[in-house]
Design a protein around this ligand. Structure first.
Ligand code: SF4
Ligand SMILES: [Zn+2]
Length: 270
């Protein structure tokens, strides 16, 4: 099966409707670019959303790639400028939090939480039915393994080609059309199709635990990674039973949260 057929099969499996308004979270990287390309090619109703993190030089190249893609696909693009909206670049916000924190918090842990908050908050304002992200097989295998290494397999309860979040209207369901596609295949395809992609790594992704897990997984074959995900799917019913189903609204920002104060607000008030 080629990449196109595999993506089509995933979309069929998650029963994605052509009536849904889908916002693709575009980073400028190969994965989210390929997601937008396929969804548009298959006739879905999509728009792009990009967070300009204002990471020196790198973010300019990402924004340029995303603008080029949206113009080539003929889709609308919303850009969230972190400097304008939150008053500072991601690097500035992150280093402030790290300096004030009592324990070490890694770059991607902070950036990831803030980006997730922005995406859910803004995409809801755009009246979207779904958020599509570029997560691929390698990302998902990493997450599954990281949760096992941390001794918290229950954290994998929301893993899957479509999120299984509690039916809260403030949570926009997330879909991952590349859930079963190895990173290698996506890279090859984006190059073959000459899509506008920033291939350089984010300069802030230096200390992530995920990188260590990724390096380990890269010693395995794509077949092993697929088997890992298939095993996760076999265990999924049991993992679902361990899921924390509490949901409330953050006392500060009113976004849905598992705790009184959401992770983003906890970080921002450190
Ligand atoms: S690699 Fe890490 S720091 Fe860079 S954009 Fe992604 S989450 Fe943020
Ligand atoms: Zn909050």
């Amino acid at each position: 099966m080629n990449i196109e057929q595999k993506v089509l099969e995933t979309l069929k499996k998650i029963k994605l409707s052509k009536k849904d308004k889908i916002i693709v979270a575009l980073s400028g990287g190969k994965d989210s670019t390929v997601v937008a390309y396929f969804l548009k090619k298959f006739g879905y109703n999509i728009e792009g959303f990009h967070i300009n993190l204002k990471i020196k030089g790198y973010s300019d190249r990402c924004l340029e790639a995303v603008e080029k893609l949206c113009s080539q696909l003929g889709i609308k693009l919303q850009v969230y400028d972190i400097q304008k909206e939150m008053g500072a670049s991601m690097c500035y916000l992150r280093s402030g939090i790290q300096e004030r924190a009592k324990t070490a918090i890694k770059n991607c842990a902070i950036c990831g939480v803030i980006k997730k908050w922005i995406i859910n908050n803004r995409v809801r304002q755009l009246n979207a039915d779904k958020i599509a992200t570029g997560h691929n097989l390698d990302d998902e295998a990493q997450t599954f393994l990281m949760n096992i290494f941390k001794g918290s397999p229950n954290l994998s309860a929301n893993l899957g080609a479509i999120s299984k979040n509690i039916g809260d209207s403030k949570f926009i369901p997330r879909i991952k059309p590349l859930f079963y596609i190895p990173e290698n295949e996506i890279r090859k395809y984006s190059k073959k199709m000459k899509l506008p992609v920033v291939y350089e790594k984010c300069p802030c992704a230096l200390d992530s635990y995920r990188i260590q897990v990724r390096e380990f997984l890269n010693t395995l074959s794509d077949k092993d990674k697929i088997n890992l995900i298939k095993n996760f799917e076999k265990l999924d019913n049991r993992i679902q039973k361990t899921k924390d189903i509490r949901v409330c609204y953050c006392e500060i920002c009113r976004e849905p949260s598992r705790n009184r104060i959401c992770k983003k607000c906890q970080l921002m008030r450190i």
